[in-house]
Write a protein that binds this ligand. Structure first.
Ligand code: NAD
Ligand code: UD1
Length: 356
């Protein structure tokens, strides 16, 4: 008990009175913390000694992820089954915990569904974010890391993409990310004591080495790696490669695939640099582009499994090439992606072969 009290006094002093040091210990509210990227980020936060509180409505994740996070880290995060559209529910969390920072993952992310149900996407993602921000302001929480996406670059004119490239939305999902970024910029203008980080993720794949947590979307996956792992498992007969007539080296689409653990570590680096007010956007990617066929080949080779595929029509809305220039995150946050494509393919399969 005494040790607990002393550790917390130490953390408090470190956060509030150590001006020059990076912010090391904080109590972080992780919205969407049982989801794919959120769960990996919770693991990294706990490993680094942060106290975390998860808020998730479990609309796209399972409650047993909390047990799995505990199994991996030996620490059990506080968990609230709460919808970010439930203002009172969010405020109850801020009342019960002293929250120093929010990492805001909660949101819907399926592009096709957003085209079919735009109002649901605008309501869930934008209204939900407004409620989280209102609670932060009410309770004096000044730091937020927001899960943005490479989708805010729309159809990129040039690659690699830098943070000051033109922004546009090509579907309702992308529009929610763009509007929230804009909203956060306006909020900062009105509240110059806030510290806001916009992290624009490229294509997260891979899973924790335990195989306990990973990307396991409901139904038929839209994204490449979950589709490949379902084919590897025999749950789907073959992969459809969406076009081989793009102006790329083998004709198939090129993307910047990044290991989800690298992405998770990026959030910690961001938090460590949020001891001063400001608003900053960073690309989180590797800076390398791989084609669909290169991904299939790498997966087959490292896992020794054949992935049958056929070439199909292009998917509407797809671009030929999309990859990042991640140098701003390196220069300002000291963050670089470290995992190889082989590690991403191996861990994706290690997770999926054990998943239900
Ligand atoms: P995910 O669906 O696995 O996780 C999102 C979590 O948020 C889920 O656990 C879900 O239950 C929860 N959630 C959704 N709406 C909620 C609400 N109203 N209240 C409370 N909880 C809610 O998705 P992910 O891949 O981990 O993505 C996390 C964030 O990163 C999302 O905002 C997504 O848009 C963004 N992002 C993801 C990718 C990607 O390819 N996975 C790429 C770029 C950006
Ligand atoms: C997805 C999201 C986008 C988000 C980006 C980064 C969609 C439609 N778009 O795009 O909003 O910003 O991730 O997180 O979900 N492919 C196939 N066969 C398949 C699936 C995909 O050939 O069954 C190809 C695609 O054409 C593309 C590549 O694989 O060239 C990657 O596709 P995907 O995983 O869906 O990611 P993005 O298209 O980059």
């Amino acid at each position: 008990m005494l040790e607990y009290v002393l550790v917390n006094i130490y953390k408090y002093l470190l956060i509030h009175y150590t001006r020059k040091a990076r912010v090391v210990y904080m109590s972080v509210l992780v919205t969407g913390g049982t989801g794919y990227i959120g769960s990996h980020t919770c693991v990294e936060l706990l490993k680094k000694g942060y106290d975390i509180v998860i808020a998730d409505n479990l609309s796209n994740s399972e409650i047993d992820v909390v047990d799995k996070i505990e199994k991996i880290t030996g620490k059990r995060p506080a968990f609230y089954e709460v919808d970010i559209l439930d203002r009172d529910g969010i405020e109850r969390i801020f009342s019960a915990h002293k929250i120093d920072a929010v990492i805001h993952f909660a949101g819907k992310k399926a592009v096709g569904e957003s085209v079919e149900k735009p109002l649901m996407y605008y309501h869930n993602n934008i209204t939900g974010t407004i409620y989280v921000l209102e609670a932060m302001l009410k309770f004096g929480c000044k730091r937020i890391v927001f899960s943005s996406s490479a989708t805010v670059y729309g159809v990129p004119k040039t690659v690699p993409i830098k943070e000051d490239s033109p922004l546009s939305a090509v579907n309702p999902y992308g529009a929610t990310k763009l509007y929230i970024e804009g909203m956060l910029k306006d909020l900062y203008v009105a509240n110059k004591d806030l510290s806001i980080t916009l992290l624009r993720y490229f294509n997260p794949i891979g899973a924790h080495e335990s195989g306990l947590i990973g990307d396991n979307p409901n139904g038929i996956p839209n994204n490449l790696m979950p589709y490949i792992t379902r084919v590897a498992k025999g749950a789907l007969p073959q992969l459809g490669v969406y076009g081989n007539d793009y102006p790329t080296h083998d004709g198939t689409g090129v993307r910047d695939y990044i290991h989800v653990i690298d992405l998770a570590v990026g959030h910690i680096k961001a938090l460590e640099h949020m001891d001063r007010p400001g608003i900053n956007a960073y690309n989180l990617g590797t800076g390398k582009g791989y084609s669909v066929l290169e991904i299939v080949n790498a997966f087959e080779k490292i896992n020794n499994i054949k992935i049958p595929y056929i070439i199909t029509e292009r998917r509407p809305g797809d671009v030929a090439e999309c990859y990042s220039d991640p140098s701003k995150a390196k220069d300002e946050l000291g963050w670089v992606a470290e995992y190889s494509l082989e590690e991403m393919c191996a861990s994706s399969w290690n997770f999926q072969r054990q998943a239900n």
